[in-house]
Design a protein. Structure first.
Length: 137
């Protein structure tokens, strides 16, 4: 029953997630050093379950981890992208055949708040604090 009731609001929540993603992209993509993860192809439409921004710490003079910590001081919950499996202790004994792409995304990516209950005021507060943080140094 719980799953079925969530299906009823799925379209509405997906629409809200896309709006949140577009809000972040509307100001972050204009700043050299930020890049929102977006649709990988016009053939697909993301549900934007997570709003992920890739950061260039040299251009921004702040790392994703430091931005996360500054936002936390303002009670804004953000999080790192999942740590790549091959870098976790349980997998260290296994061979890894890959590149540094996953590590780079983990190191430079940040999941911004994207809860569907957020208001315009919440989003504007987050925007203000992100902009203040990158001018912080």
């Amino acid at each position: 029953a719980i799953g079925l009731s969530q299906i009823d609001v799925l379209e509405e929540r997906t629409k809200k997630k896309r709006e949140i993603q577009q809000f972040y992209a509307s100001f972050l993509n204009d700043i050299d050093g930020f890049q929102m993860f977006d649709e990988c192809s016009s053939e697909y439409k993301s549900n934007h379950w997570l709003s992920i921004v890739k950061m260039d710490k040299e251009k921004l003079q702040i790392s994703a981890l430091d931005l996360m910590r500054l936002l936390a001081k303002k009670n804004i919950e953000s999080r790192r992208i999942w740590k790549p499996l091959h870098t976790q202790p349980v997998f260290t004994e296994f061979d890894f055949y890959g590149s540094i792409v996953a590590e780079t995304i983990f190191e430079n990516g940040l999941c911004l708040p994207s809860g569907t209950a957020m208001t315009s005021a919440d989003l504007n507060f987050i925007k203000t604090e992100i902009l203040a943080a990158i001018k912080h140094d």
